[in-house]
Write a protein that binds this ligand. Structure first.
Ligand SMILES: [Zn+2]
Length: 300
């Protein structure tokens, strides 16, 4: 049995100051880190985040209970970001960001926790950073519909929101090229991903070092799965990308199941045979086939 541990993030948050950047972006940070904010060290990254948040808000996703939740960013000190954010121990880095439980009632169910050093960066934002930042906020979005139900659906949705719904794929060449190069053996079925999650091996399949999680095998496969579902919903119900994204969130929300049975519920809702959605890869392979057709239109 694990040892009981007090919730360090909760204790930290209770001591923080709150900054209201605007009505839908609030920041929490310690008094020490507030000084960095006052010196303008976070300006560039916060402007970048605000821009990404605006783009997500423009999609017009409707939340349960007609909620209009605030995006919260919890900035934590570099020294103990791992403990505060419960950051995965296998990722060997000096800073990090991930969704954490929110302690603010007017916010999403989760907040974006991030170490100070990542917000002090001055470098130019690449497509990879943009997708990665929207990925993190996408976790807040799906957290209003489903939180801890499934890694495939959570990571797949967090990838699909920027890459597919918001069409970042068209400008994220490096990622698209990797995706197009994947063989059927390299793509994992929903069943295989569930098995990895069950054995806590979901994060062990990085393809390239020094790249964002978008380049992990499991993330590619989760993305292809969710994107396949979105495309299926689109053609079955005659919906746009944004509308199918909304419907997908609602389908997962309505399921009372997790793991394999959750995939069965999705299969029933989108009109795909259960075993095929769980174990097959045809839907995922069709996504890559379609991508090859889109690819021609991206060549400038
Ligand atoms: Zn993620």
């Amino acid at each position: 049995m694990k040892e009981y541990q007090t919730n360090q993030l909760k204790m930290y948050i209770e001591q923080t100051e709150m900054l209201v950047i605007n009505p839908y972006l609030h920041i929490r940070l310690s008094k020490e880190l507030l000084e960095k904010y006052k010196q303008g060290l976070y300006n560039k990254q916060l402007a970048f985040m605000l821009n990404n948040i605006n783009k997500i808000r423009e999609l017009g996703i409707k939340y349960p209970s007609n909620a209009d939740p605030v995006f919260y960013v919890y900035i934590v000190p570099d020294e103990n970001f791992r403990e505060l954010l419960q950051f995965p121990s296998h990722r060997n880095c000096k800073g990090g960001g991930k969704p954490v439980l929110s302690y603010d009632l007017d916010g999403f169910n989760s907040a974006y926790g991030i170490s100070s050093n990542l917000l002090e960066r001055e470098n130019k934002m690449s497509s990879m950073q943009e997708v990665n930042n929207i990925h993190e906020f996408a976790h807040l979005v799906h957290g209003m519909f489903f939180y801890n139900k499934s890694r495939i659906l959570a990571e797949g949705f967090a990838e699909a929101l920027p890459l597919y719904t918001m069409n970042y794929e068209s400008c994220f060449d490096e990622h698209r090229e990797m995706l197009l190069g994947l063989t059927e053996e390299q793509i994992l079925s929903a069943q295989e991903l569930i098995e990895l999650e069950r054995h806590h091996d979901f994060n062990k399949g990085a393809i390239l070092p020094n790249k964002s999680c978008s380049f992990d095998f499991t993330y590619f496969s989760s993305y292809l799965f969710v994107r396949g579902c979105l495309e299926t919903i689109e053609s079955k119900f005659g919906l746009s990308r944004v509308e199918s994204t909304q419907k997908f969130l609602e389908i997962v929300r309505k399921s009372q199941c997790i793991c394999e049975w959750l995939i069965f519920d999705i299969a029933d809702a989108i009109g795909v045979p259960r075993e095929e959605l769980l174990c097959g890869k045809d839907m995922q392979m069709n996504v890559t086939k379609k991508l090859k057709i889109y690819e021609k239109s991206y060549i400038k």
